[in-house]
Design a protein. Structure first.
Length: 223
């Protein structure tokens, strides 16, 4: 049973985001964008490349059926699971590939993307997204560029350095980005990226404030 606030909430738009990784002698690197401070969503935040799903992403793409079946299985528990999971998997995958190409100039092979996480914006916010995160390790011959007007600059950073800069108040990150970077640090640079079942993270109104209070308390305990 839904309460009144849930029934009047702004619908969450589908979005796709890709965690681009590269193995390096200094450790695993992640490609991030520093969003323009005037944006109406995630202003000034450090984010992974990505964006909302467009109608064009629903046009049939020539993805291998086995690949779509694997992705559909990974997204079983999300909003695109169910009878039309294959079509949903194709739509989200298409958006992820398109966004990475538009924002970095890299044409990723579809088979290199691994479904990784799903976060839904709390229902009390005016702009909401149902975001599907993928992860991929880029080979040395593919070099992403900064070519999006939604960010001031883009580039490779160590996850540890991003988190340390956030601790110092030098960078701003949303909870999904922080949690996913924490995961990358915990995994270590040599960990193989393997498929995993994805369960949606559905923060409730007020959870973001609680999340940052807990993070601040943990930071203070370490100091």
């Amino acid at each position: 049973m839904h309460n009144a606030s849930e029934s009047t909430a702004t619908p969450a738009r589908e979005a796709a985001s890709v965690i681009l990784l590269r193995d390096h002698p200094d450790g695993r690197l992640v490609f991030v964008q520093h969003r323009v401070a005037s944006m109406d969503f995630a202003a000034g935040m450090v984010v992974f490349p990505g964006g909302r799903v467009d109608p064009a992403d629903s046009v049939d793409r020539d993805f291998p059926q086995q690949l779509l079946a694997e992705h559909a299985s990974a997204w079983t528990h999300t909003s695109i699971g169910g009878d039309n999971a294959g079509a949903g998997a194709a739509r989200i995958l298409s958006a992820a590939l398109r966004e990475v190409l538009e924002e970095t100039g890299v044409a990723l092979p579809a088979a290199t993307l691994t479904p990784w996480a799903n976060w839904v914006t709390p229902s009390n916010l005016p702009k909401r997204f149902d975001t599907f995160f993928y992860v991929t390790i880029l080979p040395a011959n593919l070099e992403p560029l900064h070519q999006t007007t939604e960010a001031t600059h883009s580039g490779w950073m160590r996850p540890e350095d991003i988190l340390a800069a956030e601790d110092r108040g030098e960078l701003k990150l949303m909870p999904p980005t922080l949690v996913l970077l924490d995961e990358l640090v915990a995994m270590g640079p040599a960990t193989r990226i393997a498929p995993r079942p994805v369960h949606p993270v559905l923060p409730q109104p007020g959870d973001d404030d609680h999340f940052f209070r807990q993070r601040l308390a943990s930071r203070s305990a370490r100091e």
